[in-house]
Design a protein around this ligand. Structure first.
Ligand code: AMP
Length: 632
């Protein structure tokens, strides 16, 4: 086994030679000679002259290595009461036919395709089919409302949109097609066709000409072979919340991504070909891309594809049932899922019914892993529970225990040490490097390792502005925290206006833009307040126009409905408090950090730049009167 310290030091001292070695694990069509290029604007390009195909690596390559009959994907769907296993050969054949159908519809290399689907295997097939012919997929999480989908349609300008007739919750059917129809009414850009996977729980109405039935279209298609792509050709766009209402289209390349995932699965997660891996997320998130579809398949693992919830499908023993039934070896999930299980089954009585002997370890990320949840889970399962930290932008873990390397260490309360390739540092507001245990902005020295986004879709200037300009020479993560004297990293939370609700990343700026649309609202601030289950939830503080005549309750109802309609229920926006004024700096910036502290009951010192310190006490009284602020 390789040693963590040696690998790490080499990766930082000589990134090009370190990653040239890791790139040898990938079956390129043409192996790269040009490993790392420094571009004048501070961004980088990995493996520029290499050529490959990500769908080939995930499917055909595994068959060539003798895994054709091994289970590639196990679909386990408690919401429909069904299960289905696809071998690598079966999955490849499905994907090749779908890719042929896309091509027959005029989709080719570089074309955008939006995938708006529930957790059915066809969503993974759609991604892999796009990758096969060089189309650029953008999966939009099925919980997003039509307005959000429309924003992404207008940015990605897809030739084709793939959807399903419905998604399923434990207690209801959510029709997707009317949401897609609404989004297309709102969007300026129109895809030529919408391909619809009909599910028996709610059949969708198809508009002749534009809408096509998935099964019929694929039935007549010729299978498509993988095409040779350049390393830098985009594989997918993943939209994520930035600090404004316009989501950022993170672009993932083919080459860097493949090298990173070939490295990450064995090195971090300890996964080998033939192991069963369970990435518990949705294909609409980055985890769904790296740890449900591409990562496990490119490494010859069996990936579990779960259409259900941690609780109520049918109970809080659901995860344990899946682990036992499919002999899961390791899994990824968000802390919020574990908190939901703990709430319903605090003593783990349901777990006693299941055999977890196949499970080696659990990895948690997406938000801070509180030590109480970590200890509870460790005690209950008797397995190591690891915190690790990454972002949509990086595409794979930045800090994590490298459980596949010798000499890796763990430290509870920390999201662990930097993974080889990532030089994690902490800087102050002026960009000066800080020492051990000093809190500041967490940055990563350039170059970022392979796999990390090097641009935004059609908006390179915004990439440079958002990530590389704040601290020259470093990538700006947007997270605050510190690194201890042994190199363990502690993430304290975002330093910008992005919040994490149940592991979902949302922009408070976007919610503020929506609240400001209401005719009674003069100005507003949306902040994150702590929540026992969801980690954080948004809270709206609103200043009314002088002539506004609306009761607080009615205003709250209307604003909650507005956010739900425009962003979706996943925003969990439920509380609005009317205040007389908002605290601001003399230059007019709303002091959100102080507001957060007040809401969380932390002690705060009025910043020296504050315009009128009396406002803070006023707001603290309002929040505690509304039962929102905790006692200091
Ligand atoms: P996303 O891009 O949606 O994956 O969200 C990334 C953000 O989630 C990070 O910038 C962090 O703020 C937060 N996050 C992810 N993992 C962790 C973790 N292990 N501990 C604390 N925060 C985390």
């Amino acid at each position: 086994m390789m040693n963590y310290r040696q690998c790490y030091d080499r990766s930082i001292a000589d990134p090009a030679s370190f990653w040239a070695e890791q790139a040898a694990a990938v079956a390129w069509y043409r192996p790269p000679r040009n490993i790392l290029e420094n571009l004048a604007d501070g961004s980088h390009r990995w493996f520029a002259d290499g050529t490959l195909n990500s769908s080939y690596l995930a499917l055909d390559r595994q068959i060539a290595l003798g895994r054709g009959e091994q289970a590639a994907l196990i679909y386990d769907s408690p919401v429909t009461g069904s299960q289905q296993t696809y071998s690598y050969r079966e999955l490849r054949d499905e994907v090749a036919r779908l890719a042929g159908a896309l091509r027959a519809l005029g989709v080719g290399k570089g074309d955008g395709v939006i995938i708006y689907m529930p957790m059915v295997p066809q969503a993974a097939m759609a991604m892999l089919a796009c990758a096969r012919i060089g189309a650029v997929h953008s999966v939009v999480f099925g919980g997003f409302a039509p307005y959000e989908l429309a924003l992404r349609i207008d940015d990605a300008k897809p030739k084709l949109l793939l959807t399903a007739s419905c998604g399923l919750e434990f207690d209801r059917v959510i029709e997707y097609k009317p949401l897609v129809d609404k989004a297309l009414e709102l969007a300026m850009h129109q895809p030529a066709h919408v391909l619809v996977w009909q599910r028996p729980q709610a059949m969708a109405e198809l508009y002749p000409g534009r809408d096509l039935d998935w099964r019929e279209t694929v039935a007549h298609a010729e299978p498509a072979e993988p095409v040779e792509l350049a390393s830098g050709d985009p594989l997918y766009i993943m939209y994520t919340s930035g600090t404004t209402g316009k989501p950022k289209g993170i672009v993932r390349d083919n080459g860097g991504h493949a090298v990173a995932l070939h490295y990450a699965l064995p090195t971090i997660f300890g996964m080998q070909a033939g192991d069963v891996w369970w990435g518990i997320s949705d294909v609409g998130w980055v985890v769904g891309h790296s740890l449900i579809v591409y990562g496990p398949l490119m490494n010859g693992c069996t990936t579990l594809f779960y259409e259900g919830k941690p609780v109520r499908t049918p109970d809080a023993g659901a995860y344990w049932r899946v682990i036992e039934e499919h002999r899961v070896n390791a899994l990824f999930c968000a802390p919020t899922a574990i908190r939901a299980i703990r709430k319903e089954d605090p003593h783990g009585e349901l777990l006693a019914n299941y055999d977890l002997s196949s499970l080696r370890q659990l990895f948690l990320a997406g938000e801070k892993l509180d030590s109480s949840t970590q200890h509870w889970l460790e005690e209950l399962t008797g397995k190591p529970v690891h915190d690790h930290w990454w972002q949509t932008e990086t595409g794979w873990p930045v800090t994590a225990p490298c459980t596949g390397l010798d000499g890796h260490e763990l430290r509870a309360g920390s999201s662990n040490r930097a993974v080889p390739g990532y030089h994690v540092q902490v800087v102050d507001e002026e960009g000066r490097l800080l020492g051990p245990n000093e809190t500041g902005s967490i940055v990563i020295s350039l170059p970022l390792p392979p796999g990390c986004a090097q641009t935004l879709w059609n908006d390179h200037p915004r990439y440079l502005q958002a990530y590389l300009r704040a601290f020259p020479g470093y990538y700006h993560t947007g997270d605050g925290g510190y690194v201890d004297e042994d190199g363990f990293v502690y993430i304290m939370g975002r330093t910008d206006d992005v919040i994490n609700v149940s592991g979902h990343r949302l922009s408070t700026g976007e919610m503020e833009e929506l609240l400001a649309l209401h005719e009674a609202v003069a100005e507003c601030a949306v902040i994150a307040v702590q929540d026992a289950l969801k980690g954080h939830v948004p809270l709206g503080l609103v200043v009314l126009k002088d002539d506004a005549r609306i009761a607080e309750e009615a205003l709250q109802r209307e604003l909650v409905a507005l956010v739900r309609e425009r962003i979706g229920a996943l925003a969990c926006f439920q509380r609005v408090v009317v205040v007389k004024r908002l605290p601001k700096t003399r230059s007019g910036k709303i002091l959100r950090a102080v507001l957060r502290k007040i809401a969380d009951g932390e002690t705060y010192a009025p910043p020296s730049t504050i315009d009128d310190p009396a406002i803070l006490a006023e707001i603290a009284a309002r929040l505690s009167g509304a039962g929102l602020a905790r006692a200091c």
